[in-house]
Design a protein around this ligand. Structure first.
Ligand SMILES: [Zn+2]
Length: 399
């Protein structure tokens, strides 16, 4: 018998502490991690969070380090100097995805315990054993797998309630991607843990379909809290339980490509949500010509329109991107090692470009759809629902 070692699973933080007012009521919350925490966050997030942190930090010797722009190598250099200067013995990451990614990577590099305190529900970064590293200009460069999930995640709904609603909408977009990415990459896996992760992703999608409208209409309500749990916590469980295969496919690859041509102005989850539609278009155009993918896309477009998630490049104000910029984004999405290659068929940049400009294309059978079974590219040129500017991009692409 030969030895075979499977990848280590980092499923969850050791402790998840959540509720309304947990920060204010938990005087000794962070003491089990250390006595000299370094607080890492963006300026806005720290300003929002500090009033909540006075009680849990009052007995500790704290210092604060703000991250600059993105979780970049330069940011990490500055943060490492702050760890050294303060002789920090633990890290408390405070903020959204980029702040938490920077804090987690900093803790990993220094082998220090870490608590994450999300100030919004925009991503599941507070949960996962993964940090994304960006350039100073905001372009995605690579991700780093961390040794463990954070030691502690503190989710205080009162703090998350201070974030703009747009962040929760983006979090829903990022979380719902779990199903569309995990099911296409791992839906046929025979492995128990992956099957479990894929099924949880389906349940997560259904929870978001059922409760997102109500959550956004009623901030602070029970549904709002459940949707926050879905976006911040359950999305993280799926990544942890399924491992690398279950994490990302084309939706995130398209996001990564877009960060190289339009880094700022949209949130991670907004670009990922749009990326799901691109992925579904690829599935529609792929060798299987999946009708299910077309139906799923129509369902998502309606869902996005209600929530305010982008359905097209123009919704993200990227309708000004030139053909060469679109090609650059598509080429990066398709580069060697990209998660897009977890699709069960090969994909070229030209196909990604065609998918990018046809995310709102009506399907045969939908009320506004044209009849016939022409190729998708011909349909792009013929049907009406594409916004004018997007149609111009499609025309420039010759489709
Ligand atoms: Zn994501």
């Amino acid at each position: 018998m030969t030895a075979s070692t499977l990848p280590i699973l980092n499923i969850a933080p050791a402790q998840v502490i959540r509720g309304s007012g947990v920060l204010l009521e938990s005087a000794a919350l962070f003491e089990r991690l250390g006595k000299r925490p370094l607080l890492v966050g963006g300026e806005t997030s720290l300003a929002a969070a500090l009033p909540f942190l006075s009680a849990p930090l009052q007995e500790l010797n704290t210092a604060t380090a703000t991250y600059q722009k993105d979780c970049s190598e330069q940011t990490l250099t500055v943060l490492n100097q702050a760890v050294e200067a303060h002789k920090a013995d633990c890290i408390i990451g405070i903020g959204g995805g980029k702040a938490l990614d920077a804090a987690k990577l900093l803790a990993y590099q220094n082998q220090l315990p870490i608590a994450t305190v999300p100030t919004s529900a925009a991503t599941c970064a507070g949960w996962t054993a993964l940090s994304n590293v960006y350039s100073e200009e905001g372009a995605f460069l690579y991700d780093v797998g961390l040794a463990t999930c954070p030691n502690m995640l503190v989710l205080d709904y009162d703090l998350v309630a201070t974030a703009p609603q747009r962040t929760l909408v983006a979090g829903i977009g990022d979380a719902i991607a779990k199903w569309y990415e995990a099911s296409i990459s791992s839906g046929h896996s025979p492995h128990t843990m992956v099957i479990g992760a894929v099924q949880q992703a389906r349940v997560l999608r259904d929870i978001l379909f059922q409760k997102s409208d109500s959550a956004l209409k009623n901030p602070g309500s029970d549904d709002w809290k459940e949707v926050i749990d879905a976006s911040v916590l359950m999305a993280g469980v799926i990544g942890g339980m399924g491992g690398a295969q279950c994490r990302t496919v084309a939706a995130h690859a398209v996001h990564n490509g877009l960060t190289h041509v339009a880094a700022h102005g949209t949130l991670h989850g907004e670009k990922v949500a749009y990326g799901i539609l691109v992925q579904l278009r690829l599935e529609e155009m792929g060798p299987g010509k999946t009708a299910l993918a077309a139906t799923a896309r129509q369902q998502l477009v309606k869902f996005y329109e209600r929530l305010g998630l982008p359905t097209s490049l123009s919704d993200m104000r990227m309708d000004q991107l030139s053909v060469s910029q679109l090609r650059q984004a598509a080429t990066i999405a398709c580069r060697e090692g990209s998660d897009i290659h977890h699709l069960p068929f090969s994909v070229q940049p030209e196909q990604v470009m065609a998918a990018m400009v046809s995310t709102t294309l009506a399907t045969a059978g939908a009320s506004t759809a044209s009849k016939g079974t022409d190729s998708p590219a011909a349909s792009v040129a013929r049907t009406q629902p594409l916004p004018t500017r997007q149609s111009a991009q499609a025309r420039n692409l010759g489709i």
